[in-house]
Design a protein around this ligand. Sequence first.
Ligand code: GDP
Ligand code: IMO
Ligand code: MG
Length: 428
Amino acid sequence: MPATIIVGTQWGDEGKGKIIDLLAREATWTVRYQGGANAGHTVKRADESFSLHLLPSGAVRQNVTCGLAWGMVIDPEQLMKEVMALESRGISIRSRLKISTRASLVLPHHVARDGMEESRRPDAAIGTTGRGIGPAYEDRVGRRSLLMAALLDPNGEERLKQAQDAGIRRITQGTGGDRAMEWYVTPKDWQRWAEFLSPLLCDVSRELDAALRDGEHVLLEGAQGTHLDVYAGTYPFVTSSSTIAGSACTGVGLGPSRINRVVGVVKAYTTRVGNGPFPTEELEEAGEWLRASGKEFGTTTGRPRRCGWLDIPLLRASCLWSGVSELAVTKLDVLSGRPGIPVAVAYRVNGEEDTFPPHSPDSLQNVEPVYEEWPGWEPKEGPFKKIEDLPKGMREYLQRLATAVGVPITTVSIGPERAASIRCRIEP
Ligand code: GDP
Ligand code: IMO
Ligand code: MG
């Protein structure tokens, strides 16, 4: 059976965790293909809530195998903490966790460098999550990374020392040399990592190939969102990996012919954490209303998220770049009670209208959104089992969205819980 890719279509936090957990009901594997602990994915099961940063969102379902593929950057301390946190809540994970030997390690000096680089650009800070993601990917393309495979190597400690000496030398050329000793991993910690993680290391690509040949259902789980992609996003205000669907193939080691479905997750409005352009951002009453109504505070850093209206030109670009074959729309319930809902359907740039974002990321700073006001709806008590149960205004919002983007909607989410979801097919 071919694999399914799930991608965020905005600036992250679209509700991917919830949608992946939902789709994982029919899957045997969920695999993260890029990013690291900068992600924060929330899964709700009955009245329990789980925040996942490195583990795939299928982890909460006991029968699903979880993969961390070679496109990822993995902080071992964070990973072990997450595994133990799930196990302490009665969810065994180690027996079904598979980690690629080729994934890169995030070490304490990467985290230190992330913070130092941010503080050196006070006027142009990216607003990173501070998880060492940028420096870890820099080392990967600079051919200096320590891979997970080093944990299997009898000379691993020596390789760790060399990697740390070089990495720490690079940062102490600036400031902070007096703290350098704090950034070294001790031999005791290295041995603890090796003991815990070595049994989980394997060839994830080969295992996925076997699973697909056996007709299993594999989900490849994107973190962040399309407009944080290091190529496609609002550069330089992006993360350091490619987040779009193509990255799933390079990130796990499967060819594009093994994929037949790309689910784009879109929140019914837009949020962003960190700096960078955001054409439909609302800085006053509406923004505060969206933040309060949608509880828009970061899962990883707790930062308040910037909020604004749905941006169709950005969504069109996301669907093009990832070949999105269907959309899952989340957080529609948050908009309930708003009499009319502004939606950006085009941009005005230098007096001209365009339905697609400008090709230069810098120009996104200067676009003026062209809004339509879509009808709102009054809050309505569930349960909502099928589309016909939803308020009329909500159904119209969904229909207009599918038509504007030209992609069918197949999942609608109207609450954080699993039950607050409807499988459907709204054609453009
Ligand atoms: P992710 O990073 O894309 O997985 O999203 P996050 O987990 O960071 O943020 C999404 C937040 O919205 C989480 O707190 C979810 O529990 C919550 N959520 C997901 N879907 C819905 C929904 O349809 N309605 C509401 N009200 N909350 C939702
Ligand atoms: P999920 O998977 C929202 C943002 C940061 C910052 C930029 C670079 O939960 O959707 P980084 O630490 O990656 O170098 O930060 O990217 N960012 C996210 N924003 N959701 C995320 O992940 C994010 N991961 C990174 O806020 O602007
Ligand atoms: Mg998140």
